[in-house]
Design a protein around this ligand. Structure first.
Ligand SMILES: Nc1nc2c(c(=O)[nH]1)N[C@H]1C(S)=C(S)[C@@H](COP(=O)(O)O)O[C@H]1N2
Ligand SMILES: [Mo]
Length: 441
């Protein structure tokens, strides 16, 4: 791992002494998370240092809530490097989602791909692409091997797929009682084009023993506590998913290096499943003879109750199942919610729909709060596990306030619910219909 900068060492020491107190002293600040400009609620020192343009030697003496003058006196809103227009939900660690109208592109540009970090990313300056290695081992690996990125590029065939990656907690903010975790609305989803080698080809080159059932990943990010023995996250997928054509070890997104916050220089991408299985800053993959037992594999992480439960129910660990394929879902990406439309003119509406491992069979739209539905035009996916474009032309009968609702149905006949679906303790899998507002004048 890369060396820690002085300011992170300060933070880690504070955590070691008294995590609660360190948290309160450094991060808890009652700043309105929406209107705050410049500085962020519970900012991490790394983000703060990046924002002010250098390390902060006396960071541990900064009063909680202090907005660095470098930011307070700046007209520029706080931005994440390489990201534009994202809503930052949290920055310890950094988590940011994309407003729906910025997801309108067929292929999500890097600047609009959401960021979900469970830990502290490896320091950007410390990432040496030429020296980066990927270890393949685990009890069900016949011949453990280590590959540089150049080895991967040279030894295996390259493949490019557009892949939908959606955080399992996308939509969490709508659950009542609320679930802890990032309060994603609709923007923890993206569908960029990834290039890399097939996970299958690399695993097969190392030999998969007959008893293999699962793979697990490890990344170069570190636990927020600073404890080097803890992983921020280490998840994986069953062998069948790992061996699919579209499961990639990728170095490139949309023809460029992966963005730093999205896992540069190497990441796993298993489209259609909770994006938490797509390990970033990928350093090691283990082939397991049992279900992977890394951090955030055990319930309640990325798990839902086996059977529906009443909102607020406490669910025993043994009653959970791990989330696999994500449910059918769609977004209205054009126009932006709140537009004004002239009466008598038709409105071109569009968006995307996706359905985990399945394809989308139909998208319907409604302008009368779901009383009647009309079919949208639906394009096939460019490849399996990529979202599908839908379009519709809508006419409005009279002036006033309308909502456009969109509803997708998957290839097995399951549709999106109009209301928030089955409550679960961690607020996963909210695939309720997306809607936007239109004023017709
Ligand atoms: N190493 C590592 N990989 C990770 C994570 C992480 O925190 N560390 N977060 C996971 C989760 S929960 C999600 S939703 C996706 C987010 O990918 P993105 O930040 O590129 O959008 O990465 C996954 N892979
Ligand atoms: Mo996630």
């Amino acid at each position: 791992m890369t060396d820690k900068t002085p300011e992170t060492r300060g933070l880690h020491e504070l955590y070691a002494e008294n995590p609660e107190d360190a948290d309160r002293r450094l991060w808890d600040r009652e700043v309105d998370p929406v209107s705050r400009r410049g500085f962020l609620k519970r900012s991490s020192l790394l983000a703060m240092a990046a924002a002010v343009g250098g390390s902060i030697p006396f960071a541990d003496r900064m009063p909680g809530g202090l907005i660095p003058a470098a930011l307070a006196q700046s007209e520029e809103p706080f931005t994440l490097e390489g990201k534009e227009g994202l809503t930052v939900l949290n920055d310890r660690p950094i988590n940011a989602e994309t407003p729906p109208h910025l997801l309108d592109d067929d292929i999500t540009p890097a600047k609009h791909m959401f960021v979900r970090n469970n830990g502290i990313p490896p320091e950007a300056e410390g990432i040496d692409v030429d020296a980066w290695t990927l270890e393949i081992d685990g009890e069900s690996c016949e011949t453990p091997q280590s590959f540089t990125i150049a080895d991967l590029k040279e030894k295996f065939e390259h493949h490019t797929y557009q892949l939908t990656v959606e955080c399992g907690g996308n939509g969490r903010s709508e659950y009542v009682p609320s679930a802890s975790g990032n309060q994603w609305t609709t923007g923890a989803v993206a569908c960029p084009s990834f290039t890399g080698v097939r996970l299958r080809d690399v695993l097969e080159a190392c030999g998969i023993k007959g008893d293999a059932v699962y793979i697990g990943y490890y990344g170069a990010d570190t636990h927020v506590s600073g404890d080097p023995n803890k992983d921020p996250i280490s998840r994986g997928v069953p062998m069948e998913k790992a061996l699919e054509d579209e499961s990639l070890i990728a170095w490139s997104m949309n023809g460029e290096n992966l963005p730093y916050l999205n896992g540069h220089p190497l990441r796993l991408v298993c489209g259609g499943w909770p994006a938490s299985v797509s390990g970033k800053w990928l350093q090691r993959i283990v082939i397991r003879n049992q279900k992977h037992d890394g951090t955030k594999m055990a319930p309640p992480s990325y798990s839902v109750p086996k059977h529906p439960v009443a909102p607020g129910t406490e669910v025993p660990k043994e009653d959970f199942v791990t989330i696999e394929s994500m449910p059918v879902k769609s977004l209205v990406t054009f126009p932006k919610s709140g537009v004004t439309q002239n009466l008598g003119e038709s409105l071109a509406v569009r968006g995307h729909a996706w359905a985990g491992d399945l394809s989308v069979e139909q998208v319907q739209v409604s302008i009368d709060f779901g009383a009647t539905w009309q079919p949208a035009e639906l394009q096939p996916a460019p490849n399996r596990l990529a979202w599908q474009r839908w379009t519709a032309e809508l006419e409005f009968p009279e002036p006033g306030y309308y909502e456009i609702w969109a509803k997708a149905t998957d290839s097995e006949g399951r549709s999106q619910p109009m209301v928030v679906p089955g409550w679960n303790p961690k607020g996963y899998l909210n695939n309720a219909c997306h809607r936007i507002a239109v004023q017709v004048a």
